[in-house]
Design a protein around this ligand. Structure first.
Ligand code: FES
Length: 127
């Protein structure tokens, strides 16, 4: 699975919005460093977080077990599995929030914003 990623810090810095259809196009035209915007590949049987780490990126995480939401990402495109044993409420999942530590790609392409743990709607989930 091919993943295009974007750091939520850049979304904040530039005053962009997560639900902007043009978000990744704007990111591609901004002068962002390789850690903030780029692409990576997820191998079969690899979670999104594992793929990011193998690719040399330091995305946030804590428990690695679906219990804390520090690893939360926002899906702009594609789908990422949600394990049964997790803390993400249904309404946030429906809006595209997922956990990267145990999320496995369900589509060949994904566009994700990582580092969304600082979003206010996730505050109560962060341990
Ligand atoms: Fe805690 Fe993913 S690191 S839910």
């Amino acid at each position: 699975t091919r993943v295009e990623f974007l750091d939520y810090e850049a979304v904040v810095d530039y005053g962009w919005s997560l639900d902007d259809d043009e978000l990744f196009r704007k990111a591609a035209h901004a002068d962002l460093g390789p850690d903030a915007h780029g692409r990576l590949l997820v191998h079969p049987d690899e979670s999104l977080l594992e793929a990011a780490e193998r690719s040399g990126f330091a995305w946030p995480f804590s428990c690695r077990g679906g219990a804390c939401a520090n690893c939360a990402v926002y899906l702009a495109e594609g789908d990422l599995s949600q394990p049964t044993d997790h803390i993400m409420p249904d309404d946030l999942a429906e809006r595209g929030f997922r956990l990267s530590c145990n999320g496995y790609p369900l589509t060949d392409e994904l566009s994700v914003v990582f580092n969304v743990k600082q979003r206010p709607e996730l505050d109560d989930l962060i341990l």
